[in-house]
Ligand binder design. Sequence first.
Ligand code: FES
Ligand code: FES
Length: 163
Amino acid sequence: MPKQVFILNGKPVSVMAPDDVRVLWVLRDLLGVTGPKYGCGINVCKACTSHLNGRAFNPCSVRVGDLENDDRVTTIEGLPRESKGRTKDGLHPMQQAWLDHDVAQCGYCQPGQIMAAVALVNKVRREKRKIKDKDLDAIRNICRCGSYTRIREAIEQGARHMR
Ligand code: FES
Ligand code: FES
């Protein structure tokens, strides 16, 4: 069985897994990183949203064999270390915004929602502009509890505090 090597939450990891196993199952079942949630497994619900080299990706749809040794996978567990603007409790500003707006209901979709939100803020910053309503409309992460209004409010707060 091949050895799969990549960077996970800032640290190199290696794990034995067939090339065609999707990254989500490597994370959850082999490495015990359970922040990315399994919803659909076919890149629709976005519950597994994480970052690959700083951009949103869905690990249920990427073969682990397609990762390069220096690819950086970040899950919600590693998100705070990505930010220079951590709170005194060690949270990423977007996580703090989620708490301030009491966003989560059952919570299942929320790690993916936060990872999508941070990736969106970083994307619009790369484009040197501010978040617009149409950017928020374009987020495709499903919340079966319907927390969408609070998610939008939290993203706007989190964006103001991200550095
Ligand atoms: S579990 Fe990955 S998109 Fe649904
Ligand atoms: S908070 Fe329950 S699915 Fe989003």
